[in-house]
Design a protein around this ligand. Sequence first.
Ligand code: UDP
Length: 482
Amino acid sequence: MAEAHVLIFPLPVSAHVASMLKLAELLTLENLHITFLTTDTIHGRLTRFGDIQVLSKSYPTLHFKTLSDSYDEGDHPGFGDRIWDLISSTTLHAKPFLRDILLSHTPQIPKLSCVIQDGIFGSLSADVASEFNVSIPIIQFRTVSACCFWAYISATNLLHSQELPIRGDEDMDRIIKDIPGMENLLRCRDLPSFFRPDKKGNSTFESYVDRSRQSLAADAIIVNSFEDLEGPVLSQIRHHFPKVYTVGPLHHHLNTRKAESNKGEDIPKFKNAIFQVDGTCMTWLDAQPEGSVMYVSFGSSTIVKREDLMEIWHGLVNSKKRFLWVMRPDIVAGKQDDDRIPAEVEEGTKERGFIVEWAPQEEVLEHKAIGGFLTHSGWNSTLESVVAGVPMICWPYFADQQINSRFVSEVWKVGLDMKDVCDRDVVEKMVNDLMVHRREEFLNSAKAMATLAHKSVSPGGSSYSSFQDFIHYIKSGSRENN
Ligand code: UDP
């Protein structure tokens, strides 16, 4: 009999849903009941493209509940910088659904023991729980890096010390001196993208900072990171929260625990995707020499200007290296007057390239043919690359990606940062630096970091132990509650 029951509620976008589903799977392996709450659209996509039927069959204690959509995402959920609209509309819309779940009780399932809510919802679950006198722990899960979360938390102090705001005419190379744990490391351009001045008079910045401030009232937070990766920042975060559990890299942690529990053998492969996965690239990769392919993907949400896409494409072709590129159908902004591809680019792509709309990325990065990753530095992509020991070229788009790419190049030294530049010659040079001229240097540091990632989720490792503590915390709270 499962002892505890946890509600998990991610922001209804691809990467948030995918990583919180991994957390759900980890918790069900520990014999907990999980109610996973997402929107009708995401649930429909998980059913069509992600095999959640497989997951439900394999884990009888995992239950799915849906809420209606609050936002019309059109044909394809690549939100780009409209993401805040989705966050605020979901926050408002979810309240009655949360209330119903908090107040209801299903026979055969233990009473709700706690809520694990996406940290981006701020005080949403806590507000609903307090309004209806439900007294259970509210735990926040952060899908961004710890360094980004810490930058949000530190924003108030930076405003007081006048290191912020960033002004319209700012020198973006100005160093931010005073964030404990990352002193003199970040330039203005390396701060999370919402710190940059925007057309809305910085209201987006205030909204994100405010949500992180609301997190400070959480009973606990879970971070998808590990001590050897972000130790100094995690120590700073620990001063501000009663409990901080670091359980990452989640995808690797899940695979390790599944293998340990024999569930890996029992469970057919679960895709955990909201897009149609094109596996043909794996056959193409099988035919490529070891370490010869640059993998290019900008995640689920990035929107690219056509001229930038063409600069990158020219740079890749001119580098004369092989490449596998994930080009989502909605990756280019707006309707195009001219979508012709120059002959030399088409020719070079035919010779050395392969393009898919959505790849099985974790498998791709683990493939021996992959020698580098040109990435937008989304946190999941970064962690997947770290685990696979693949060096990166970072071309960040928004949110935590600007700070993640700084850490990749300057702290972990596992790649190059191409932030704020999009030029075919730079792309060509960086690809050749990563894959040829500085290959050994980057490979050595990437392999060393991969070993640390592996250790962290193995028995006795920091994330492994932190997860055990977390399970103990949930189960002991649940016994008191029932
Ligand atoms: N991903 C994938 N196939 C693709 C592109 C991306 O499976 O073709 C997955 C990738 O493995 C990662 C997630 O989508 O887990 C992207 O998350 P990330 O945090 O890197 O970026 P976001 O999508 O939030 O911008």
